[in-house]
Design a protein around this ligand. Structure first.
Ligand code: GDP
Length: 424
């Protein structure tokens, strides 16, 4: 199999970063195809522990070319800061191992500001934005009101284009939100500070991908967040502003005709969710606190405590279908080792009926979890490297999930380190 996508099945934070890090060894090119710096992949490797936001996870692997595709919210400011941080820890980042699609739209300074202003206006009705400017960015992209990274190569054209956008944006900033607005001089300074820095990385990455594919190179597509946050198929409106599903990878990568052979869906052995919106399996109180502590469930970007609960079979089955997953990686199984009994949200109860189908977003808040338990294993499994090493209770739990979600679990992760994985 040559091309592969690694995607989240649930609400995000499933541990995709560690899977990409593991799988990049077998690939030549890693492409991020959607989203921006609003989530974080945590990766632990020989350089230390990293929370990557925009950089593709293949950046640590020598010989791998990393691409930020046209579907990404390309934030020059945050990207440059991230490049500098990662470089400072001994990782080489050059235009040879990092390329930015010339068709990626730029997240401009006002997008972040607009995000904050809108969340403040929404007050208690807010959607839980990370205020990285992602929603205003994608709104502008679809309104054709932002610039492409490739325009950095045409300064006169870029200046005229930005002047038009500036006029338009200042109307919203000043008249809708009562904010100060921007001047051309500020934008020019921003371009000098960040635009110029990322310019050497901007390339026709579509052409590069096509040629790489023709030369038999293997491409890995890396997503951010999970199926339930997909703009079209997720829990609307508590979604992100881009398509997180594997089907979008060809479009957002710059290689729309590419065929993806394998979709690795990442599922966590329990559930976690950042931000607002219905989260049917949610636990509260001491039970939740214990699981949150055991799994270290605090946002990689924001440090916010994540909401937690048992694995949600109904939501996970839907995520598997939506992603078209061909194999599942189950992560953080080791976190459940402290439990006497392993909880599972097996079904939902909706309007007095037990259901297996994930409900339409508008009625999802009415759903109640139907929970069951399975016997726990109560011992440290983080040293297990083979399927047979796992206690029978842990194997039963994995096999139960596999049956219920209708997809083979090919990887079981029992720790954050590269080698803490069981291949089945
Ligand atoms: P992502 O955005 O999907 O990559 O998810 P996160 O960045 O939230 O990563 C999940 C966190 O869990 C990171 O801190 C990982 O190092 C950690 N992690 C990943 N897999 C495992 C595992 O199997 N066991 C444990 N204990 N931690 C893991």
């Amino acid at each position: 199999m040559s091309n592969c996508a690694i995607v989240g099945i649930n609400w995000g934070d499933e541990g995709k970063g560690r899977m990409v890090d593991l799988i990049t060894r077998d690939h030549d090119v890693v492409v991020r195809y959607q989203g921006g710096g609003n989530a974080g992949h945590t990766i632990i490797n020989e350089y230390g522990k990293f929370a990557l936001h925009l950089l593709p996870s293949g950046i640590f692997t020598k010989g791998v070319v990393n691409i930020l595709g046209n579907g990404v919210a390309l934030d020059p400011e945050n990207l440059w800061k991230e490049i500098e941080e990662v470089r400072a820890r001994g990782v080489s980042i050059t235009p040879e191992n990092l390329m930015i699609s010339d068709r990626a739209s730029l997240l401009l300074p006002w997008h972040r500001e607009l995000d904050g202003l809108e969340e403040a206006r929404l007050a208690d009705k807010k959607y839980g934005s990370t205020r990285q400017g992602i929603a205003p960015f994608y709104s502008d992209k679809y309104s054709k009101k932002t610039v492409l990274a490739g325009e950095l190569n045409y300064p006169d054209h870029l200046k005229a284009h930005l002047a038009d956008l500036l006029e338009y944006k200042n109307l919203t900033l000043k008249n809708v939100y009562g904010a100060e607005g921007y001047t051309m001089a500020q934008l020019e300074e921003w371009l000098r500070d960040y635009g110029e820095k990322i310019k050497p990385f901007v390339k026709d990455t579509g052409e590069f991908l096509k040629k790489s594919s023709a030369a038999g190179k293997k491409i890995l597509f890396e997503a951010q967040l999970g199926a339930l946050r997909d703009l079209d198929y997720g829990i609307v409106p508590y979604t992100t502003s881009s398509n997180t599903i594997a089907a979008f990878a060809p479009v957002g990568s710059g290689f729309p005709g590419v065929k993806i052979d394998k979709v690795i869906g990442v599922v966590k052995a329990y559930s976690s969710c950042v931000g607002e919106g219905p989260f049917t399996c949610e636990w509260f109180g001491d039970e939740a606190e214990k699981l949150r502590e055991a799994g270290d469930e605090y946002g990689a970007k924001t440090g916010r405590p994540r909401r937690v609960g048992p694995i949600d079979i109904v939501a996970t089955r839907y995520g598997v279908e939506t992603q078209g997953a061909t194999v599942i990686a189950l992560t953080k199984l080791d976190v459940l080792s402290y439990m006497d009994e392993i909880p599972i949200t097996a079904q939902y109860e909706l309007f007095g009926e037990k259901i297996d189908r994930f409900p339409f977003p508008a009625i999802l808040p009415e759903a109640k979890p139907v929970n069951i338990t399975m016997p726990g294993w109560k011992r440290d499994i983080s040293g297990c490297r083979k399927w047979e090493d796992l206690p029978i209770e842990a194997r039963n739990y994995v096999e139960y999930i596999e049956r219920e979600i209708g997809c083979r679990i090919g990887y079981v992760s029992v720790g954050p380190e590269r080698e803490s994985i069981i291949l089945r």
